[in-house]
Write a protein that binds this ligand. Sequence first.
Ligand code: ADP
Length: 249
Amino acid sequence: VRQMMVRLEEVQRLDSLGILAGGIAHDINNVLGAILSLSSAFETLHPPDGPLGKALATITQACLRGRTVVQGLLAFARKQAPEVGLLDLNALVHEVRGLLEHTTLARITVALDLAPGGAPVRGDAGALTHVIMNLCVNALDAMPGGGTLTLRTRSGEDGARLEVEDTGTGMAPEVLRRAREPFFTTKPMGKGTGLGLAIAFGTLRSHGGTLELRSAPGKGTTVTLLFPPPGGGDDAAAAPAAPAPAAGR
Ligand code: ADP
């Protein structure tokens, strides 16, 4: 009973945080949109290597970065309706692999270890891609000196799984314990929001699945996303969204 009470309190806390975060995110999004449209309009009027052009590019970059944070907050607050369909985790991995090409991968090896027959799940492709991408960014952050990022999928009768494994710093027990708390971050201001794992956890729960963390300091971290079997029928568009839990999505 005690455990359930603690759980309920946690869910209620996450719920109010979600509502608060959603409201703030919405307002900030409008402000950023206004700045962004002006900065990009002015950018076209000034040479990019002049002092004004450079300053405008910095403003635009900062706004875009702000938008990413805000979108994370909105996802956390479940303000975006999920679009559920039949998906293959392998396809999501390939998409994320493509997105990673755009980030600096110096001294990082990306290894794919994919279920040969595919790994079917029922879910929201956009939300899941966002989650996997966030986990990969965490993995890259944990390997400043280089290392291997492995994306692994498996499929079985009891569902499919996706693992994001790194050979990075790992987490101290205290960090591991708190890592899924919203707004918990060990990263410097402007780099971490502390929402990545909270959103990932919420997203997996709304998919009827779960998220497991394994980490060894100095050795690395493995985040496992576990999905239930997709169920019968492949009329993906008609499938109702999994019941959303109280917090996250
Ligand atoms: P953020 O990345 O914005 O800090 P997250 O919720 O994604 O937020 O992660 C919370 C914290 O968990 C991070 O600040 C970091 O300390 C730890 N963490 C997450 N992923 C990893 C990882 N792959 N390796 C080491 N530490 C990690």
